[in-house]
Design a protein around this ligand. Structure first.
Ligand code: BG6
Length: 478
């Protein structure tokens, strides 16, 4: 679709950047915080790149004011962050930790004082270890009540000031890693348990949305979905089927359920045949259908290209966590699909395809299929950065990536997408869960590496000044 002229970004467009508690806060056992599953998991040998962990992370817990001042200098109009569940409820439920709640009060107030809209994520993967130990976290329906109580606590506490909320961050990616790939806690590889836990997480997401309707009636809420639009490797019908399988099993399985309370029927039939479908109790699907989100949070990094995979074909494989280009193997589900490199696309050093048109395609598919507004809750480039003399970081590759993805946003807006905002991933450099600190995403460089926290100095990268200009011009100057 070609447009003679493109529509501008709307005046109230949110120009944002994002983070997540475990990846930035540090202070993992400070001021009464309980442990999350990640605090424990990273201590197991071999789980993360060079044993990196978020004990200190980028020390945002202690440097929050400095970070918010940098956001204001940059001109952000939105900042997406997550609350650490065990920081505010050390045991996952019961007694709240006032010091933890007060930290987020201070953050929210600091943002509002600078005219930056807080976008609060309720869950970015840090399940309280206490609940994991007690009943297996997402694997037990008791988590629905506990998650609901935790969310209600935050709705009551912050709902007067925070109006834009994200429920679960990347339920699809997190639980796939946790229950299929064994790369996130609790590190299992069991498809039956995966679909069961995922079903319960849907119900918890729905509970949060229903509570939100009562407690923050003037706010808006939606899940953030890790959307990698599928492409077929060729026009061979077998590749089209593989592509179709991938869309059903890796995308519609979540998106249809969030938006319509309905699992894709062909995928459900296949899982039933395998004996791996989730147990759906009476009332479950009605509960899901009743909790339609206000918007879809879109985390977009890359597209994936699929080809046919026979019943004895390749299974799921671990991704590249070293930055050694070309080390990602083909990965798939035997009988359904497997990935194959797309020869049309460049990749990052972590083998993630760089595909701005894929973002436009994602926005168009979401718009036509679900008729909901979209908030881009993550998009960015993880790369090696070099700190040069005079505290300079010339991250031209990141500027190029973001520039092209913003152009795709404008095209999608012109196609009819109701795009609420763009939260780049990430504001400062962060701990990349499995990739350590060397896979950097920020506009602000943090002077630390995997094992040495150094001075944690904040350094504005070239992309910082670039995004500042983009925001000041309402997206016209890129
Ligand atoms: C998303 C997550 O999966 O992508 C972020 O929500 C994460 O927390 C980001 O950091 C980039 O992924 P990675 O693995 O490169 O850190």
């Amino acid at each position: 679709m070609h447009h003679v002229s493109l529509k501008p970004f709307p005046d109230n467009f949110l120009w944002g950047a994002a983070s997540a508690a475990y990846q930035v806060e540090g202070a993992f056992d400070t001021d009464g915080k309980g442990l999350s599953v990640w605090d424990v998991f990273v201590r197991e040998p071999g789980r993360t790149f060079e044993g990196s962990n978020g004990d200190v992370a980028v020390d945002h817990y202690h440097r929050m004011e400095e970070d918010v001042a940098l956001m204001a200098e940059m001109g952000l109009t939105a900042y997406r962050f997550s609350v650490s569940w065990p920081r505010v409820l050390p045991q996952g439920r019961g007694q709240a930790n006032e010091a933890g709640l007060a930290f987020y009060d201070r953050l929210i107030d600091a943002l509002l004082a600078r005219g930056i809209e807080p976008v609060l994520t309720l869950y970015h993967w840090d399940m309280p270890q206490a609940l994991q130990d007690e009943y297996g976290g997402w694997e037990d329906r008791r988590v629905i009540d506990d998650f609901g109580d935790y969310c209600a606590l935050l709705f009551r506490r912050y709902g007067d000031r925070v109006k834009t909320w994200v429920s679960l961050n990347e339920q699809n990616y997190n639980l796939s890693n946790a229950y299929l790939l064994a790369t996130h806690p609790p590190a299992l590889a069991d498809r039956k348990r995966f679909y069961a836990a995922n079903h319960i997480a849907f119900l918890a997401n729905a509970r949060a949305i229903m509570l939100f309707r009562q407690l923050v009636p003037d706010g808006r809420i939606g899940p953030s979905f890790a959307y990698s639009p599928a492409y077929p490797a060729s026009c061979a019908p077998a590749d089209l089927l593989a592509f179709d399988n991938a869309e059903e099993f890796t995308n519609h399985w979540w998106l249809d359920t969030y938006c319509y309370g309905r699992y894709p029927q062909v995928a459900l039939a296949w899982l039933r045949e395998q004996g791996e479908a989730p147990d759906i109790l009476p009332g479950d699907m009605a509960a899901l259908a009743a909790a339609k989100p206000d918007f879809i949070g879109l985390n977009y990094y890359y597209t994936l290209t699929y080809t046919d995979n026979p019943p004895d074909g390749v299974g799921l494989q671990r991704i590249n966590t070293t930055g050694q280009k070309g080390s990602t193997p083909s990965s798939g589900v035997p009988g359904l699909y497997r990935t194959t490199p797309n020869p049309q696309l460049e990749t990052s050093n972590w083998d993630w395809a760089i595909d701005p048109t894929g973002l436009r395609i994602a926005l168009r598919r979401l718009t036509s299929r679900y008729a909901l507004p979209v908030l881009i809750t993550e998009n960015g480039l993880g790369e090696f950065d070099r700190l040069e003399d005079g505290d300079q970081v010339h991250d031209v590759y990141r500027i190029d990536y973001l520039r092209r993805h913003l152009a795709a946003c404008q095209e999608a807006i012109s196609d009819g997408a109701a795009l609420l905002g763009f939260c780049a991933w990430s504001f400062t450099d962060i701990l990349s869960w499995l990739n350590g600190y060397q896979k950097r995403y920020g506009f602000v460089y943090i002077n630390r590496d995997e094992t040495d926290a150094r001075d944690l100095r904040r350094v504005r990268k070239d992309s910082f000044f670039w995004y500042q200009r983009v925001i000041a011009s309402g997206g016209r100057e890129r």
